[in-house]
Design a protein around this ligand. Structure first.
Ligand code: ATP
Length: 233
């Protein structure tokens, strides 16, 4: 579904991704683990088109997308849930959800909002409150709900469990499993490497802008280097 080939990206003169390649197949959950600053966020942003590439290519559903504007990629089904949620705080929960559907031209937005409320009942209760009044976990649900409103085929999730209490972390991982069951493919970046590899079909380890190893979620959970460096075991 997504093929990233030899991707490089830089901030000014400093290259932070150095020819990185990976693949995400339809229906998979693929987890990226790596230390702070390894380049995970930059990679997701390059895939969604908000971070320029300096080399390589990205294909989605068989077509090159590297020259497409971010909103065109959204319309094709690639939607990123950014690190730190980035909900529109003064706007109501419901208006945040509507914004997630801005690129759509069909008339089924109201139905999809109800679908998001069925997945996240707490958002239905708070639909008229400003998003800024929600807790961190609820804002994460809103960010994911807003992404769902674009009817994504591939969801790029950047640190969805960051800063959440353990019970909410479990809930977010359960929701990610639910996305897969709905047929949405997921590329997941997580500091919580154990839980993220446990739900993954496959994973990649990224070290200073390069893929250092890859395998099934189970293989990486059992890999001695991954256990020492990322799982604290
Ligand atoms: P984290 O988990 O801390 O978010 P990450 O793996 O997502 O880390 P990136 O945020 O992609 O890593 O950062 C990769 C490198 O690029 C780091 O060295 C970082 O300091 C640098 N970097 C990130 N954003 C910028 C920016 N806007 N300008 C300059 N350098 C940046």
């Amino acid at each position: 579904m997504l093929i990233v080939d030899n991707l490089s990206s830089r901030y000014g003169r400093i290259e932070v991704l150095h020819g990185l390649s990976l693949e995400v197949k339809q229906g998979e959950i693929v987890t990226l683990v790596g230390s702070n600053g390894a380049g995970k966020t930059t990679l997701l942003r390059a895939i969604s088109g908000v971070q320029p590439m300096s080399g390589g290519s990205v294909k989605f559903l068989g077509q090159p997308i590297d020259r497409l504007a971010p909103h065109v990629r959204v319309a094709q089904g690639i939607v990123q849930v950014p690190e730190g949620r980035q909900v529109f705080s003064p706007l109501s929960v419901e208006d945040n959800l509507k914004l997630g559907a801005w690129s759509r031209k069909d008339g089924e937005v109201a139905t999809d909002i109800e679908g998001v409320y069925a997945t996240f009942p707490v958002l239905a209760e708070k639909r008229h409150l400003p998003a800024g009044a929600l807790s961190g976990g609820q804002q994460q649900m809103l960010a994911m709900g807003r992404a769902l409103m674009a009817r994504p085929k591939l969801m790029l999730l950047d640190e969805p469990s960051m800063g959440l209490a353990p019970i909410l972390v479990d809930q977010i991982f359960a929701i990610i499993g639910g996305l897969k069951r709905q047929g949405i493919t997921v590329l997941l970046v997580e500091q919580n490497a154990y839980a993220a590899l446990a739900i993954a079909d496959r994973g990649y380890v990224i070290e200073t802008g390069r893929i250092s190893h890859t395998g099934t979620g189970r293989e990486l959970l059992n890999d001695a280097r991954v256990r020492t460096a990322y799982l604290g075991l």
